[in-house]
Design a protein around this ligand. Structure first.
Ligand code: URA
Length: 212
């Protein structure tokens, strides 16, 4: 029986294992803190991003910078709060100049993300952007082909169950390409997730509505 205490303990043990293994010692980083994860480790919905940026490195919490503010709005638009979901990244340490993670960096760090997913065992994982999507689905397809289509990821390890994955655009991409079309696409991806989770689809502000 999976109790909240057991899940929290498993997550703490995994974090300690990550810190002992320190896979990031094998590549160049620009980090001051390990940005492990945030939110409810018993959540039904998990978001996976790429890697911490400067703000996240400073605070030790994922998605707290500009992209994080937009992610918060996306979560709120779904009728949820940040405390009700779990948020993690593929890389737990900040890459220099916010570089896109290399395939070797992903290979070294992804096993810890897979284990995070196995522990949370959410109903749905939303992957934000290509590195996160590729880390889970192992595909070389483009984001425009992957987004909006359900996929499945089964974390390696005992007693793991398949998790539904919805790839969507990274909020940082959305901030750079803040077009009505991109916002509509992300919102339609999130609406599919809401339907899967049985969340109320009632009238809510669309992602980023009312912003400049
Ligand atoms: N972008 C990410 O992918 N993750 C963060 O935590 C912040 C920005």
């Amino acid at each position: 029986m999976r109790t909240k205490a057991a899940i929290e303990r498993a997550m703490e043990e995994l974090r300690a294992r990550y810190e002992a293994d320190a896979p990031h010692q094998h590549f160049v980083t620009d980090h001051h803190s390990i940005v492990w994860g945030d939110g409810d480790p018993c959540a039904r919905l998990m978001f996976v991003g790429e890697a911490p940026g400067a703000d996240e490195d400073r605070q030790g919490v994922p998605f707290v910078g500009r992209a994080g503010q937009l992610l918060n709005k996306m979560i709120a638009a779904m009728g949820l709060s940040r405390e009700q979901v779990y948020i993690a990244n593929v890389l737990k340490t900040r890459p220099p100049d916010n570089a896109t993670p290399t395939s070797e960096e992903i290979r070294l760090c992804a096993p810890y993300l897979y284990e995070q997913i196995r522990i949370v065992s959410p109903q749905v994982v939303v992957t934000l952007g290509l590195p996160a999507t590729r880390a889970l689905l192992g595909t070389m397809e483009s984001m425009s082909r992957l987004r909006g289509r359900w996929a499945t990821f089964t974390p390696p390890g005992p007693e793991s169950t398949p998790v539904k994955v919805m790839p969507t655009y990274h909020p940082a991409f959305l901030l750079r390409s803040y077009t009505p079309e991109n916002r509509r696409l992300v919102w339609s991806d999130l609406q599919q997730v809401m339907a899967e989770l049985g969340l109320d689809q009632g009238v809510r502000p669309k992602v980023g509505e009312g912003e400049a």
